[in-house]
Design a protein around this ligand. Structure first.
Ligand code: PLP
Length: 222
């Protein structure tokens, strides 16, 4: 199957509906991204800052870049000028840094808060209690150069659909609870990024609004 065919198939499986397809292009060559772009794909996801910077330089600026990998505070300044959405914000320190760098260039940076929903310890993200604290104590209200669009989560690496479904439902429920803190300034909170090649259908059933699909579009990574 060609990249164009894979994208067309995913888009038709997603329609009707309002789910955004992010093509995860990490470790894929420029030519493959160009092929996806030619097929009408605009949203792309990358995990590594260095790789993202190189690709942003080489590819058309109509691409909407999503940062989906762990982001170090000292790298924030490099991506803030052009990034469309930082999906992997996992600490208040990082939020403050993004806000600071956004302010410097007079730009409001879209973010998702990554939530730890998997059983594995290795996966990063906020715990529910930490998020509640952030919102209840109004710790984000002064960060006027960030906009929190919602939440991102990665389910456990397992073939057990039941476990994955429970984790997605957990995040959907948490979002519903936290939506009470939404305002029309910097807390929008209505987006939910969950689902990858192996589990996006389950994620959409559970209320996902953004899916991040790599190998089902581009094939296996090197
Ligand atoms: C690599 C990656 C994906 C895409 O994974 P596939 O299984 O190739 O679809 C999605 N989200 C994150 C955070 C990733 O790191």
């Amino acid at each position: 199957m060609s990249i164009a065919n894979n994208i067309a198939r995913l888009k038709s499986e997603l329609s009707p509906g309002n789910v955004c397809l992010v093509a995860v292009s990490k470790k894929q060559p420029i030519e493959k991204i160009q092929e996806a772009l030619n097929a009408g794909q605009i949203d792309f996801g990358e995990n590594y800052v260095q790789e993202l910077l190189v690709k942003n330089d080489l590819l058309p600026h109509k691409i909407k870049w999503h940062m989906i990998g762990h982001l170090q505070t000292n790298k924030v300044k490099f991506i803030v000028p052009f990034v469309h959405l930082i999906q992997s914000v996992d600490s208040l320190k990082l939020l403050k840094e993004i806000n600071k760098e956004g302010k410097k260039i007079n730009k409001v940076i879209n973010c998702l808060l990554q939530v730890h929903i998997a059983q594995e310890e290795t996966k990063t993200g906020f715990e529910a209690t930490e998020l509640l604290k952030l919102f209840e104590e109004n710790l984000l209200s002064s960060l006027s150069n960030i906009k929190i669009l919602g939440f991102m989560g990665m389910a456990s690496f397992t073939s057990d659909d039941q476990i994955i479904r429970e984790e997605f439902k957990y995040l959907k429920n948490l979002q519903s609870q936290l939506l009470t803190f939404a305002n029309d300034r910097n807390l929008i909170l209505d987006q939910l990024s969950m689902g990858m090649s192996s589990d996006w259908k389950l994620a959409v059933e559970c209320g996902s609004t953004i899916i991040r699909v790599g190998s089902s579009i581009f094939g296996e990574r090197k």
